[in-house]
Structures are given as structure tokens and as C-alpha cells.
Design a protein around this ligand. Structure first.
Ligand SMILES: *Cc1c(COP(=O)(O)O)cnc(C)c1O
Length: 218
């Protein structure tokens, strides 16, 4: 019988082997999985964990130290809480939230790492901004001294082939880093498409089910 620890070790190893030549930052997305899995991953050497809900991230981060990433939808009233545990935010897409994050980080005397979320189709339900809006927001965020803008994050629309989606993402990314050379990173790629994302310049990948197994609820 395989233990959970052996299972996670094997899954993690196979992902690590596949991505090794790209040298990305691997964020293991632990949303919906129990804290016991996070503890196993930490023992296996994982340093970066991702969550979509602030209450869940807060609780887990109190039990397992590491770099905790928030990639869920941002609600204004949750910003203080998110900043209390999230090392890095991947899903910023509006100026009001940016200003509140900067204010809160300033009060805490820290600089908050974050990505601005790109939307390829402008669907507001999935979050993110289309390129022109994203660049406008980036200019404003660049002026907020308590924010450290790392780059852009992208989740492909469901109806687009990953290769096509990441090709477009890559073009936007190239234009972005010309304007914002201090924010060169690209957070893109999940379990089903991280190799394609890496081939298109992803520097941070967010992988859950490929390592942890199918989620029972979402
Ligand atoms: C859930 C989620 C992931 C991880 O998804 P998997 O398919 O389980 O790898 C990555 N990024 C975001 C924004 C997510 O919501």
C-alpha cells in the first residue's frame, strides 16, 4: 500500500522533473486539501503554497510556515486579512484594491509582492483586466511605494486552447516588460497546462491537482 506521503512525493517528483530545465517557481496549490497534506509537502521541501480563500489560507499559514500565495478573487473587506498571511497576491485587478493594499502594507511597514491579473477575454466573472486596462493600472501601481509589482498573472479562458492563450499572454508579457522592466515575472500555468505556459515564458506556475490528486469540492 502506498501512503499519502509516498503518493505526494512521487507526484511532486514527476512535476519537478518535468519543469526542472525551466527553473520556475513552483507554487503548490493546496486549496481544499487538508493541513496534513501541506505538512507532508513542507517535509518534502515545498516552500510555496497557494490558496484561493483567505480564511483557509490564514488557517493553514498559521500551522505551516512558508511563502503563502493568494490567487483568489479579492474583496475589499478581506484585504487586511489577506495581507496578514499572504506573502504574494496574484489576482489584483483594480485600483481601489491596489490603494487599500498599499495603505495596509504601509501601516504594517512592509512592501507587498503582487501580480496584476490579465484577462484575455474581458470576462468579469473570471477576474483580470484586458491589456490596455492592465497597463493603465500598472502605471498607477508602480507609484505606490508599499507595493512591489512582480509582473502579470494569467488564467486562460476556458474556451481557448492553452497554446493559443499562452501565445497571446506571452505577447502581452513582452510588451509589459518593455514598459515595466522592474516587474519581469509571469505567473501562468496550472495542472493541465504548465509545460505550455513555461514554453511561453512563465516564471511562476501554480499547480494543485497534478500533485495532490482530484479535488473533491471546489
Ligand atoms: C485552483 C487554481 C490553480 C491550481 O489548479 P490545478 O488545476 O489544481 O493545478 C491555479 N491557479 C488558480 C488561479 C486556481 O484557482
Amino acid at each position: 500500500m502506498t501512503t499519502r506521503s509516498e503518493e505526494l512525493a512521487a507526484n511532486l517528483r514527476s512535476v519537478q522533473d518535468e519543469i526542472a530545465s525551466f527553473h520556475p517557481k513552483l507554487i503548490v496549490v493546496t486549496k481544499t486539501y487538508p493541513i496534513s497534506d501541506v505538512e507532508i509537502l513542507k517535509d518534502l521541501g515545498v516552500t510555496d503554497f497557494g490558496e484561493n480563500r483567505s480564511d483557509e489560507g490564514l488557517k493553514k499559514s498559521e500551522q505551516v510556515t512558508g511563502n503563502w500565495h493568494y490567487q483568489g478573487e479579492i474583496q475589499s473587506k478581506k484585504i487586511k486579512e489577506i495581507l496578514s498571511w499572504a506573502t504574494c497576491i496574484h489576482s489584483l485587478d483594480n485600483l481601489t484594491h491596489a490603494e487599500k493594499i498599499a495603505r495596509t502594507a504601509g501601516e504594517n511597514a512592509v512592501k507587498q509582492d503582487l501580480f496584476l491579473q490579465l484577462s484575455l477575454d474581458g470576462n468579469p466573472e473570471r477576474g483580470g483586466l484586458v491589456e490596455s486596462e492592465l497597463f493603465t493600472l500598472a502605471e498607477k501601481v508602480a507609484d505606490l511605494s508599499a507595493i512591489n509589482l512582480l509582473g502579470i498573472m494569467s488564467v486562460p479562458p476556458v474556451d481557448l486552447e492553452p497554446a493559443a492563450a499562452f501565445a497571446v499572454t506571452s505577447q502581452v508579457h513582452q510588451r509589459f516588460i518593455k514598459l515595466f522592466p522592474g516587474s519581469p515575472y509571469l505567473s501562468a500555468g496550472m495542472s493541465g497546462d504548465y509545460l505550455i505556459a513555461l514554453e511561453h515564458g512563465a516564471t511562476h506556475i501554480r499547480v494543485g491537482s497534478k500533485i495532490l490528486g482530484a479535488r473533491r469540492y471546489d
